[in-house]
Each structure stands twice: as C-alpha cells, then as structure tokens.
Design a protein around this ligand. Structure first.
Ligand code: ZN
Length: 197
C-alpha cells in the first residue's frame, strides 16, 4: 500500500529526504509546506533546510510525501524518482544494469534504520527486514530484469527510480510497468516493472 509504513520506529536519512525535495524543483513551496507540517526540516528565510546527516521519522516523511503526491500527480512523481539516483553515491561493484538495479534495494536499506541501526550492514552484507524491497530477477541469456516492488512508495516514483538506474548503464533501456499485475496505486501490495535493453 502506498505511503503506509510496514513497521513503527523506522527512520529515513536526511540525504534521502533531500533527494525528494531536490526532485521537486519547481514545487519547492509545496515541499516546504508539507515537510514543515510534519516537523521535517527547518524553514529559514523561506527555505527548507534538511540536515543531510540527520534521521527523520519514516511515518512523518511518508505522510508529507503522500500530500505532495496528491498535489503533483504521477508525471512529477516519476520525475522525482528519476532524480533520486542522481543524488546518490554508488559502491564500486555497481557497473551495469544488473548490478545497478540490484543496488537499489541495498541503497534503500542503507538509508533507513530501525532502533538506531541501519537496515543494511555493509560489513557482512546482511539486510534487516522492516521496509519492504525493490526486487530483482534476471533471466539467463536475456537482457531482461523483472523488479517487483513491495515498499510504501508510489508506483510512479519507483518507476522513475528504476528507469534512471537502467538508463545509467543502458541509455535505450525500456522500463515498463506490468499492467497485467497488481498495482499499489489501486491499493495492492506490489507493483511489477519489466526492464529490457
Ligand atoms: Zn503500480
């Protein structure tokens, strides 16, 4: 379901919050209004300041994001998603479409924490559950990946994130939302995206 946290006591880091603020660009006033309503960031001289090293309540962040999403619509959500990887740093093993799409789930967990501990541990490569996933399934011999997304973000936003990651390594890649499968926009738990290049 879009915008509903899976568990309580999850926090998201400032860098991730900022990437959505940055992606809103033209809609800066909206992000200022909705984020400050839920206590995320400080408004100084009419500008919203997010502490990039800080941590914010995922519940509050999703509530603000939901209000923003209702106002701007899918096209803008897709564009915000597109801009997220542009604001991210990638580990050295991210070298092609496969590793790029795989890395989304790891970055997602690294940027959230539960009871003060990030949900991805880079020392042993383990993921702690609590926020859902960005899926990755490959098909030997085919330039194709299926990503089933089970997380609280809006369908169009994830479509943008996956498209940006695919285009980073395969500029002509096509990322399609599989309309024959369930969709979070209609209240379902997951969305399915098919990446081909
Ligand atoms: Zn969907």
């Amino acid at each position: 379901m879009q915008f509903k946290a899976f568990e309580p006591n999850i926090e998201v880091n400032g860098n991730t919050v900022y990437s959505v603020v940055a992606g809103l660009g033209y809609f800066t006033n909206l992000s200022r209004r909705f984020y400050s309503q839920v206590g995320i960031g400080k408004v100084i001289n009419k500008e919203l300041h997010i502490d990039l090293d800080g941590w914010y309540s995922q519940d509050s962040w999703l509530a603000a994001f939901e209000n923003i999403a209702k106002t701007v619509g899918d096209r803008v959500l897709f564009n915000i998603g597109l801009s997220v990887p542009a604001n991210a740093q990638f580990p050295p093993w991210v070298v092609d479409v496969h590793s790029g799409v795989k890395s989304i789930d790891i970055a997602y967990h690294l940027n959230h924490r539960k009871n003060g501990t990030p949900l991805f541990n880079p020392d042993n490569g383990t993921i702690t559950e609590g926020i859902g996933h960005y899926g990755y399934e490959s098909f030997p011999g085919e330039n194709k990946i299926i990503s089933i997304c089970h997380n609280p973000f809006p369908c169009a936003f994830d479509h943008g994130i996956i498209t940006a990651m695919a285009h980073k390594f395969a500029p002509l890649a096509v990322v399609k939302h599989d309309d024959s499968k369930e969709c979070r926009k209609k209240g379902a738990e997951t969305c399915t995206y098919v990446i081909t290049w």
